[in-house]
Design a protein around this ligand. Structure first.
Ligand code: NAP
Ligand code: ZN
Ligand code: ZN
Length: 351
């Protein structure tokens, strides 16, 4: 065991603050990564503040992790000390259920182990995430980082990248299609970049008209203000696919109405309150309202390699660890361009 310092919270109404805890030394298949950067996902905020009412405290968030390998177990083949490595939202799964057998560890039927807020089936206790100095992970749940990409801007790919890449692939987004991305935050800006790189014609649905110029720079050809009923009505029946990344309650029916017959709106944003659906919007055009959870490990590597080939990373704003609560508050107000990333060199040496 070794002592690790991170930032954790003990309760929904408490801020994140320095926290010391123990991590296991690497077992035969484990990789120890000294964390250099960790992205700040809206899920970290939902979880720290118990908005989904399933938080296990103490809660130490962070699942967009990149850093340098500082130790490897005797059976590790993927990395050597000094290599760069990444970890996303998953650190373990059962590895033999039908979903795991298909490489869909994200949908493990026996219960996947998330990078934080899960029971740690290897070390006991809870898993603690990337707002910390180091992490120890089975090499099967680690990712290789394309050498040509800027490491700190790669961090958000580990959640925001794969969460948008996976549904875009699953619903076969590509040339000749009109694709909508809803919300220009961490996930949304990756969705715009990735759908554009896959060859689709991308439109951004936003509540922030002042993000229009950025959206065009990121790859959107159109920007639609979702709070303008006339602008929304004008899009009726015209989209092949819509990816909704919104983190709060919003009108899903106006978006469903934008889909063509048989088309799909995939929800990846995870508001704490149910979204109310008018079934007639589905029935009359046989539309689909779907969801998607991050992605499997092999697909996450495929996404990173795709980003390497296309030179895609996140647009980031670096913060110091002690600025996390300010970052959460700004994220809550949709004021982030377009992902906060924590510089782990700012972590205090001791809690
Ligand atoms: P984020 O950076 O805060 O972005 C969310 C964006 O949604 C905002 O920037 C804003 O964009 C829009 N928005 C916010 N409030 C809104 C409202 N009331 N009505 C309409 N639009 C609103 O968050 P994120 O990190 O991208 O995460 C987004 C959601 O995805 C969170 O709920 C998170 O937990 C979830 N998530 C899900 C998965 C999964 O596997 N399914 C994985 C990761 C995250 P505009 O300013 O452009 O309107
Ligand atoms: Zn996330
Ligand atoms: Zn499984």
């Amino acid at each position: 065991m070794f002592t690790c310092v991170g930032y954790a919270t003990e309760a929904a109404d408490q801020p994140l603050r320095p926290f010391s805890f123990e991590r296991r030394d690497p077992g035969p298949r484990d990789v120890r990564i000294d964390i250099q950067y960790c992205g700040v996902c809206h899920s970290d905020l939902h979880q720290a503040r118990n908005e989904w009412q399933n938080t296990l405290y103490p809660c130490l968030p962070g699942h967009e992790i990149v850093g340098r390998v500082s130790a490897v177990g005797s059976a590790v083949t993927k990395f050597k000390v000094g290599d760069f490595a990444g970890v996303g939202c998953l650190v373990d799964s059962c590895r033999n259920c039908p979903s795991c057998a298909e490489g869909l560890e994200n949908y493990c039927e026996k219960g996947q182990t998330f990078t934080y807020n899960s029971e740690d089936k290897v070390s006991g206790g809870l898993t603690f995430g990337g707002y910390s100095q180091a992490v120890v992970v089975d090499e099967g749940f680690t990712l290789k980082i394309p050498a040509n990409l800027d490491l700190k801007a790669v961090a958000p790919l580990l959640c925001a990248g794969i969460t948008t890449f996976s549904p875009l692939k699953h619903w076969k987004v590509g040339p000749g299609q009109r694709v909508g991305v809803v919300g220009l935050g961490g996930l949304g800006h990756m969705g715009v970049k990735l759908a554009h790189a896959m060859g689709a014609r991308v439109a951004l649905f936003t509540t922030s008209p002042n993000k229009a110029e950025d959206a065009r720079r990121l790859g959107a050809e159109e920007v639609i203000v979702s709070r303008d009923p006339a602008a929304m009505a004008a899009q009726a029946g015209s989209f092949d696919f819509i990816l909704d990344t919104v983190a709060a309650e919003h009108d899903i029916n106006a978006l469903l109405n934008c889909l063509k017959r048989d088309a799909t709106l995939c929800q990846v944003g995870a508001p704490d309150k149910p979204l109310s659906t008018n079934v007639f919007g589905l029935i009359f055009k046989r539309r689909n309202f779907a969801g998607s959870l991050i992605g499997g490990i092999a697909e996450t590597q495929e996404m990173l390699d795709f980003c390497g080939q296309h030179g895609i990373t996140a647009d980031i704003e670096m913060i110091r660890m002690e600025e996390i609560e300010t970052a959460f508050d700004r994220m809550q107000r949709s004021d982030v361009k377009y992902r906060f990333v924590i510089d782990m060199a700012s972590m205090p040496a001791a809690a």
